[in-house]
Every structure is written in structure tokens, then in C-alpha cells.
Design a protein. Structure first.
Length: 347
């Protein structure tokens, strides 16, 4: 982890057709990350395969003063989308872009925003890995790169060194996740507050995909979600949730999935997992107590859900985000595992 005296170096690789929003959000979010002493935790530079004026998808260009040499010193490289180029790489990347990507150090982290995933795939970085991109492009992406395991409904996928995110605003979720991974939940939450965005969004991009309206009644299931969030520690059934909306279980389940992109029980498990993560990050509760207060009931159930969703044990998660000395009451039956994956859903 980079310290305040040596900021984590982020290079943003732009191309003609870059979306200004995607470029701006990277600078804004990483630029807002500060240590407890107020020192910047990241340094961010914009570079291009060939420095100079770069067209955007708006009515103004940008100037990239740095060339591909900036990639040689990066700890993280971010590739925003280009609406001009991304879906035209079936025959390979342009030589200048390939040469630029080849200058990335072997240990650097590489991430894409939106259809920037096409660049990573064309360069051979996603073969055999899970990845996502904008929902409008996932079918084309899967056809073009059949060895990539496309996850079309999530906001981002973390495969360790390589990360991908969905459409433009999902870049915010991805950047906050990387900040959280680098410097912990408190820093990421502070960045979210400074930039007035949620530190974590519910659901995946499935909720933003247009669907035919099955019936004219547009009743929402939001009241049941608000009710459930106040009693996550209690056993909750599908019937109880449906009763809050005065719907049959079948109707409730159908409308809930249309609104959130997941089943009620999947959503409930996700919220309980988020509560458990908050408790592990912000308290010294034992794993048994965290399990009880988050609604998983037992430590064994909590461990099972953590392993399935994040790829680590609760203790390993706590060590990652609070440091080895962050708790004196951790259940010692847990042993540290690999770094959390987070890619099975929105982090």
C-alpha cells in the first residue's frame, strides 16, 4: 500500500472519442482521497499513445501532455471508453495503443471503464477471466471475445490485477472500490461524501436495462426494502416482504426483480453482507456477534456467505480493511485468505 509520502500513481490512458465524464470522475475521486493528515494518497496523470490534442465525444477536445512513458511508472492504469474505437478491435489494437499497453509494469493494476473493457480484451488481458462492460455492449463483447466470462448484470468485476466496470457512472463504483481496497473503507467513505455520491450502490446494472412493461400497475417494492433494512438481524421471509406491499408472493417477486435486478432473497443476503462488512470494519465485535447483528445467525453461515461472495473469511476481510491490529476480539478460527474479490456483485 502506498503511503502519504509516496502517493499511489494512477495513469489514465485516453484515446480519441474519450468521454469527458469518465476522465473527470477518475481525477475527481482519486484526487479527493486524503490521509488523516490531509495529504493526497494518489497522484493522477492523463496520457495518450501519442501526446497532443485528443477528441472527446463532446464539442471540445482535451490535451494530453503525457505520452505512453507515463505508463511505465504507474501503480494503476485506467482505460476509459472511446465511442469511436472500442467495438472495432476485432482485428487487433492499433500499433501505437499496443505499444503503449506493453509499457505497463508487470505488477501494475489495470482497470477499464465502460467499453474500455474491449481494449483490455483485445490486448489479451481478459482471457479466462470474468469481466463486464456496458449492458448495451455485453452481447457484442461476448461474441467478439468468447474466452472472457462476461457478467452482464454487475457494476464492476474485480479479478485482482485486472478490473472492469459497466457503463460510465459505474466507473464511480469501481474507483471507490479501488480506493477502499487500497486505503480502507473510511477513506473511500470520505471520498464519497466529498463528491456527494453513495459509497455503495444497491444492485447491479440489470436494474438499468429497459424491460417491457408487463402490466399497467406501477406499484413499487421500495417500502418493503426500507422496512427490511431496519430489521436485518431478524429472520425475514418472502411472505413477510410481500405482505408489506399487499402483494402476492409471485407478483412481489416479479416486481422486485424488475426494479432491483435480483430476487428478494438475493437482495436481502446482499444487504446483510453489507451490514456485516460495516461491523467488521467499524467495530471490534466477534464474528459470532457480527453474524447475529447482520442476520446470518451463526458464524459458520457468515463465513459461508463471505467465502461465496468475496472469496475470503470475515477475519481476512477485517485484516484487509482495518489492518492486523484493528481488532482484539476477532474469532481466531478464521484464517487470512486471499484479497477480497468483490466481483460477484457490486461492491
Amino acid at each position: 500500500m502506498a503511503g502519504a509520502a509516496s502517493p499511489h500513481r494512477v495513469a489514465v490512458l485516453v484515446r480519441d472519442g474519450v468521454l469527458p465524464m469518465e476522465l473527470g470522475l477518475v481525477h475527481q475521486l482519486f484526487g479527493a482521497a486524503r490521509s488523516v493528515r490531509g495529504e493526497p494518497l494518489y497522484s493522477v496523470v492523463t496520457c495518450a499513445p501519442v501526446p497532443g490534442m485528443i477528441r472527446t465525444d463532446a464539442d471540445f477536445p482535451i490535451r494530453a501532455d503525457h505520452g505512453p512513458e507515463a505508463l511505465e511508472h504507474a501503480d494503476t492504469v485506467l482505460v476509459p471508453a472511446s465511442h469511436e474505437e472500442d467495438e472495432s478491435y476485432e482485428d487487433g489494437l492499433p500499433p501505437a495503443l499496443t505499444a503503449a499497453l506493453d509499457r505497463i509494469p508487470p505488477g501494475a493494476r489495470i482497470a477499464s471503464i465502460c467499453t474500455g473493457a474491449f481494449v483490455l480484451a483485445a490486448h489479451g488481458l481478459l482471457g479466462g477471466r470474468r469481466a463486464t462492460t456496458h449492458w448495451l455492449s455485453t452481447d457484442h463483447f461476448a461474441r467478439t471475445y468468447p474466452t472472457v466470462r462476461v457478467e452482464p448484470e454487475v457494476l464492476y468485476v474485480d479479478e485482482g490485477r485486472v478490473l472492469t466496470s459497466a457503463g460510465e457512472a459505474a466507473g464511480i463504483d469501481l474507483c471507490l472500490h479501488m480506493i477502499r481496497r487500497d486505503f480502507g473503507a473510511a477513506v473511500a467513505a470520505d471520498v464519497a461524501r466529498r463528491t456527494v455520491v453513495p459509497p455503495h450502490r444497491e444492485g447491479g446494472q440489470a436494474q438499468y436495462i429497459p424491460r417491457p412493461v408487463a402490466e399497467p400497475d406501477s406499484a413499487s417494492t421500495s417500502a418493503s426494502r426500507a422496512w427490511a433494512l431496519t430489521r436485518l438481524e431478524q429472520p425475514l421471509t418472502l411472505g413477510e416482504l410481500a405482505d408489506r406491499e399487499s402483494m402476492s408472493v409471485r407478483t412481489f417477486s416479479r416486481r422486485f426483480r424488475a426494479e432491483s435486478g435480483m430476487t428478494p432473497m438475493q437482495w436481502l443476503a446482499q444487504q446483510r453482507l453489507a451490514r456485516a462488512r460495516q461491523l467488521l470494519e467499524g467495530t471490534d465485535h466477534t464474528v459470532d456477534r457480527v453474524a447475529a447483528e447482520s442476520g446470518f445467525g451463526t458464524a459458520a453461515s457468515l463465513r459461508q456467505h463471505f467465502q461465496a461472495a468475496l472469496g475470503v473469511s470475515p477475519r481476512a476481510y477485517r485484516v484487509t480493511f482495518r489492518g492486523p491490529g484493528g481488532s482484539s476480539e476477532v474469532d481466531r478460527r478464521d484464517t487470512p485468505g486471499s484479497r477480497p474479490k468483490f466481483g460477484r456483485g457490486p461492491g
